[in-house]
Design a protein around this ligand. Structure first.
Ligand SMILES: *Cc1c(COP(=O)(O)O)cnc(C)c1O
Length: 445
């Protein structure tokens, strides 16, 4: 939740407080949102509250906490002050009403959907997804009886055509990993809303510095905090952010949020918590019952990382533009899929939706195919060959032989991870060094 030490009423006012939003610029929020001096010791940085549980003032106090009449800390599976501070910061950066942090980006996707889906329901998802998300949606969620139809989300008509009577959400990545495909968030929000559905946007790759899905009409945002938000490749984390604008009640499609909850004496989340009902439910039911909690230590690491997000993203984008342009002109490179290149068919959408630049994660194709991909990732010296993105370090991967190897060749090609494809995540090093490293490694391809 945004701040668990507040009563529900003062938590509703959270957006007016300087620490969480107001009129401050993005770079100010990145440093200050969610962080106040700790009242007992004056510690300027929110400490790592490494405790599993919190002492109650009295039996009445405990009862009001358990009944959700007062927000406060009970047990760190449901909430912890280090984690709450991070939630407030992420919500402020996205311009959202509240956030729920959890153990990983995959946990965020799982928790977001458990609040929306019943057995037999389905979702419509872009087929340009992170490989792990494709597997999560197409295989593991199927075992809960959740169906998923994958479509080319660049085409809003395909999304509309896939929506059926039991569809509960539309899920896309603002900039897809690994293929770098952008989706027109405003157009897809219109399609989802015309069917009474929320649009969920995984905003991991651009981060809120480059793309703000709520300004374009999205209703929920998921993050892998592991990537650019944490930014240093040292901690896993995830978050779900809610815009506060979606009406969970009218359609009758979301009983977890609008029907009486037996675990809380018949409380209705949307009626009681209004524009942050989803966030309260995500803590009080989803985290409570499924348990993929973020550790206070990881919250602290990610919170610290976020403070330099604007500075890092500026350098990441500047480096990516130069590397992409250099690759584009290289004879062993068949194509480059980076929407920040003027030759990209998505260049205009990129300018409109991500005016500060396109995130530095993209793919390119090698004329030498699968074998050349393997020689390149084994030939680089400065780039790290590993399965992550959004680190200060530059990273490289050949998806067909690693992250996407569980998929069939057809699914791989369809999701932008064919045999010839190499993914890079450009770091913040000196760009000449990155180009020199790629140059020497490409001579072997
Ligand atoms: C990494 C990633 C995820 C999964 O996040 P984890 O923190 O690894 O669980 C989801 N979506 C995208 C776009 C990612 O890059």
């Amino acid at each position: 939740m945004t701040d668990q030490s507040k009563t529900p009423d003062s938590a509703r006012d959270g957006r007016e407080r300087p620490a969480s939003g107001g009129d401050f610029g993005f770079a100010t929020l990145a440093v200050h949102a969610g962080n106040r001096p700790e009242p007992h010791t004056g510690a300027r940085i929110t400490p790592i509250y490494q405790t599993s549980s919190f002492v109650f003032d009295s039996v009445d106090h405990a009862a009001s906490l358990f009944n959700l009449q007062t927000f406060g800390n009970i047990y760190s599976r449901l909430g912890n002050p280090s984690v709450s501070a991070l939630e407030e910061r992420v919500a402020a950066l996205e311009g959202g009403r509240g956030a729920t942090a959890c153990a990983s980006g995959h946990a965020a996707q799982f928790l977001a959907l458990t609040s929306l889906m019943e057995t037999g329901d389905d979702l419509v998802a872009s087929r340009f997804l992170y490989g792990g998300s494709f597997t999560q949606f197409s295989q593991s969620f199927k075992r809960f009886g959740w169906g998923c139809t994958f479509v080319d989300a660049r085409d809003p008509d395909q999304v509309a055509a896939a929506i059926g009577p039991r569809t509960k959400a539309v899920f896309v990545e603002s900039q897809s990993n690994p293929s770098g495909v952008l989706t027109d968030i405003a157009a897809l929000a219109d399609v989802a809303h015309a069917h009474g559905l929320p649009l969920i946007v995984d905003n991991t790759i651009p981060s809120p510095y480059l793309c703000r899905p709520f300004d374009l009409g999205a209703d929920l945002i998921t993050h892998s905090l592991t990537k650019f938000l944490g930014g240093h490749g040292n901690s896993l984390g995830g978050a779900i952010v809610e815009s506060g604008r979606f009406d969970w009640k009218t359609s009758g499609k979301f009983p977890s949020l609008s029907e009486p909850n037996p675990g809380y004496h018949g409380l209705r989340f949307d009626e009681t918590f209004g524009d942050f009902a989803f966030t309260v439910h995500a803590h009080a039911v989803a985290l409570r019952d499924f348990g993929p909690t973020l550790s206070p230590f990881n919250a602290f690491m990610i919170m610290t990382g976020i403070e330099t997000l604007p500075l890092r993203m500026e350098r990441h984008v500047a480096n990516a533009k130069l590397v992409a342009a250099w690759l584009h002109d290289h004879p062993k490179v068949a194509w480059v899929s980076y929407a920040g290149l003027p030759s990209s068919p998505q260049y205009d959408l990129g300018l409109r939706q991500m005016p500060r630049g396109v995130a530095p994660v993209f793919t390119f194709g090698l004329t030498g195919g699968y074998d050349a991909g393997i020689r390149l990732v084994e030939g680089v010296e400065l780039f790290s060959h590993l399965a992550n993105v959004g680190d200060t370090r530059s990273l490289i991967l050949h998806p067909a032989s690693t992250t996407h190897r569980q998929m069939s060749p057809e699914d791989r090609a369809q999701s932008g991870a064919g045999d010839d494809v190499v993914r890079i995540s450009i770091g913040i090093e000196a760009v000449e060094d990155l180009i020199a490293d790629l140059d020497q490694a490409l001579t072997r391809c």
